[in-house]
Design a protein around this ligand. Sequence first.
Ligand SMILES: CC(C)(COP(=O)(O)OP(=O)(O)OC[C@H]1O[C@@H](n2cnc3c(N)ncnc32)[C@H](O)[C@@H]1OP(=O)(O)O)[C@@H](O)C(=O)NCCC(=O)NCCS
Length: 121
Amino acid sequence: MLIRYKKTFEKIAMGLLSFMPTEKDLKKLQQTMKQYELDEHWQLFLWKEEDIIGLIGIVNEPDCLMVQHISVNPSHRHHGIGKEMVAALRDLYPGKGFVPNEVTAPFIDKCHQCKNTEGRG
Ligand SMILES: CC(C)(COP(=O)(O)OP(=O)(O)OC[C@H]1O[C@@H](n2cnc3c(N)ncnc32)[C@H](O)[C@@H]1OP(=O)(O)O)[C@@H](O)C(=O)NCCC(=O)NCCS
């Protein structure tokens, strides 16, 4: 299930964020985490099963949600968790459009295609 980021999840969140190609540099990663903690429009969610194994980060704009970060623990990839996180976020913000940035576009576009062909969400 999707849960909101809290400071107690900082380490696991940083670990998951570091799988993003744009977050390899520690300073950049720390800046990104700070922005998620301080900027009310930047919202970070974690995917919890037995453990926390996924992360999705958005900027909540007035007219859309921009998906900035999406990451799944490598041991749990290809089991549909990435797509489930996107679907859960859609359920949380019904009616709000999803826009990827250039880093998340390949996967988010794929989710849009699934939604269109499977009639999800
Ligand atoms: C992208 C990511 C979150 C997908 O998570 P996941 O739980 O494995 O995804 P799902 O199991 O829901 O979906 C798997 C599908 O997404 C596709 N996919 C995985 N990574 C992808 C990517 N970077 N771009 C486009 N499609 C991707 C797989 O090929 C698979 O396709 P299929 O359904 O046709 O077989 C995960 O690979 C990841 O954490 N990558 C590192 C971080 C990253 O690069 N994020 C930005 C991605 S654009």
